[in-house]
Write a protein that binds this ligand. Structure first.
Ligand code: BTN
Length: 250
C-alpha cells in the first residue's frame, strides 16, 4: 500500500522476510529479475553488507533495508556518482520533509543527523561484456531502532531517537522512492541541480580532510564537488580528483 507517484521506481516490488543481502539478490542474474526500478525489501538480512567490507545489521521490522535495481539505463550509468548522490539526497530530503529533522551529507553518501549516521548506501554494479548493464542501489535506514549492533564508521542513530517517537515505515519508503526517481530524472535534464543540492547539504566543504584510499591516506582541503560528482581535494601538489569507489573520509 505504497503511495508512489513514480513511473518505474518501486513499480515492481518484492517483499521478503529474510534474505542474505538485498544487494546480492539483485546483482545475481540467476534470480532473473530484470525490470528496471524493481525494489527488494527485506525485514532481515543474514549477510547485509556495508561499504569497505563492513557488516550491515538490520533489526527486524525496525528499519528500512532495501535495494533498487537499475537495469540497462545506459545513459545513467555514465554518471554513477550522481546516482549515488540521488540516493543520499532522496533519503535526506524525505527525512526533512516528513519529520522536520535537519540532515547532513557526508561524502560520498552517508546521511547524518546531529553528526550521527541515520542511513548508509551501497551502490554496486555488474557488467555484461565490458559494459555496465546493472546497477544496484542498496539503502539501509535506521528508522525505529533504539539499539544498534554492528560495525560503524560513525556513531549510529535512528529517526525514532531523533524525532522522539516511532514513525511509519511505509510512508518514509514511498517518499524515498518518489524522491529518488525525481533526482534520477535530473541527471539527464539538469545534472548540476544534483551537485548543487548535494553541496548545500554537505557541510564539509572548505574543511581539512583525510581521504583514505586502500592503505594510502591523503590530506588536503575539501575544495569542491565537480558537476560529475567527483570530490576535488586541494593538496600541496594541486587539485586532485577523488572518485567514490572505496574511498572514505577519515
Ligand atoms: C554503508 O554505510 O556502509 C552502506 C550500508 C548499506 C546497507 C544496505 S541495506 C540494503 C542493502 N543490502 C546490503 O547488503 N547492503 C545495503
Amino acid at each position: 500500500d505504497l503511495k508512489l507517484n513514480t513511473d518505474f521506481i518501486g513499480r515492481n516490488f518484492i517483499y521478503v522476510e529474510e534474505i542474505d543481502s538485498t544487494n546480492s539478490f539483485l546483482l545475481d542474474r540467476k534470480n532473473g529479475v530484470n525490470e528496471s526500478g524493481t525494489v527488494v525489501l527485506a525485514e532481515k538480512q543474514t549477510k547485509g553488507r556495508g561499504r569497505k567490507d563492513r557488516v550491515w545489521y538490520s533489526s527486524k521490522e525496525q528499519n528500512l533495508t532495501f535495494s533498487i535495481l537499475l537495469y540497462k539505463e545506459f545513459k545513467l550509468f555514465e554518471h554513477l556518482n550522481l546516482i549515488n548522490f540521488s540516493a543520499s539526497l532522496a533519503v535526506a530530503n524525505s527525512i526533512e520533509n516528513l519529520y522536520q529533522l535537519r540532515t547532513e551529507l557526508k561524502w560520498p553518501n552517508d546521511v547524518l543527523i546531529n553528526k550521527k549516521k541515520i542511513c548508509g548506501i551501497l551502490l554496486e554494479s555488474s557488467s555484461q561484456g565490458n559494459k555496465i548493464d546493472r546497477v544496484v542501489v542498496g539503502i539501509g535506514v535506521n528508522v525505529n531502532q533504539s539499539m544498534f549492533q554492528g560495525q560503524f564508521n560513525y556513531p549510529p542513530t535512528s529517526i525514532r531517537i531523533e524525532f522522539g517517537r516511532e514513525v511509519e515505515r511505509e510512508k518514509l519508503l514511498a517518499e524515498i522512492l518518489n524522491n529518488f526517481e525525481f533526482y534520477l530524472n535530473k541527471i539527464s535534464t539538469e545534472s548540476n541541480y544534483i551537485t548543487r543540492e548535494w553541496k548545500e547539504k554537505c557541510r564539509m566543504i572548505g574543511e581539512k580532510i583525510y581521504v583514505k584510499e586502500g592503505d594510502i591516506i591523503k590530506n588536503g582541503i575539501f575544495d569542491d564537488i565537480d558537476n560529475e560528482g567527483f570530490l576535488l581535494l586541494r593538496t600541496k601538489d594541486g587539485i586532485e580528483k577523488i572518485t567514490i569507489g572505496d574511498v572514505s573520509i577519515v
